[in-house]
Design a protein around this ligand. Sequence first.
Ligand code: GMT
Length: 375
Amino acid sequence: MKLKIGISCYPTVGGSGVVATELGKLLAARGHEVHFITSSVPFRLDRVYPNIYYHEVEVNQYSVFQYPPYDLTLASKIAEVAKRQKLDLIHVHYAVPHAICAILAKQILNGDLKIITTLHGTDITVLGYDPSMKDLIKFGIEQSDLVTAVSDDLVKQTRALIATNKEIQTVYNFIDENVYKKLNVDELKKHYKIEEDEKVVIHISNFRPVKRIPDIIKSFALIAEKVKAKLLLIGNGPELAIARQLVNDFKIKDRVLFLGNQKHIAELLSMSNLMLLLSEKESFGLVALEAMACGVPVIGTNAGGIPEVIVDGQTGYLCDIGDVNCVADKAVSLLLDQSSYEAFSLRAMEHVQSVFHSETVVSEYERLYCQVIQK
Ligand code: GMT
């Protein structure tokens, strides 16, 4: 059955927008008609794709409103597009605000719209602690026709924090296997002056406090005492200044490259030997999946959904939150033992293919869409 599917997500850099856009692209490739309803063109929608349409949510700045009414504009746009294009369903990413906007749109359409909501984490693990938001999130979840979450842990956390009995299905994230694979980047390595015998450790995030950036720097400083290595820091955000300060304090300035936001992540990953993802909250950790797909083992924290992505002792290692000595010990052992490292790297790539393959995940979403429509 070919469907007309609306997708609303945050279009900027960030895992939820990436997953929503890649899903839309693959659904379109399977012959479905996909309508993105977002505030700007999703950054992964980088060329013209057959079957994909884009509807901009134009938020006007009215002088009577103190804040631009994004949520109301989105709700109204979803209703307008759903009616005009005869959408079978709208798939929203995040309960707040996107599910709430979709519910409002459904009411405008007298109930004639099916809503699938995917929880990505921040709406639950951050907003869920805010008593003023809890009932709104619960409403968004319970009024959706179907709810998915990106890890079993996020399902568990949602139950605990939001106290809902609504069925929530885990559908893991995925990556585009055509983009995330090991590439030949010898020239790029030369460009960054990475020497033959030098190892590369990488961290990619939005540098929010939840990513525990000081732990990344502290761990790397310990690693650098024993291994000739460079640290690549990719991304931008509030903790960047702290990162720069710590790099100075630890006197490792010549070992750290701050590269800001980057588009061609697979190339940077292909230059790397190890990823660090040391967050205190992480519903899934899409970057870990991207790294593993490029053959880069990941050391992550025992937090949220990270243990569902990294197989401890097989595709990387898990350490407790804040245990930088554990991170450094595991990293040093991995980076200095070439044959064991190669086994980790191979298993990482195989694990992504077998558990998180895009074909499997997209088929699962298709199955859920049909289930909702036929209900
Ligand atoms: O990590 C972030 O702060 C960005 C956030 C987002 O909205 O993209 O990421 C969340 O969704 C991703 C895609 O499902 C997950 O891979 C990230 O783990 C999750 N972030 C958190 O739970 C903190």
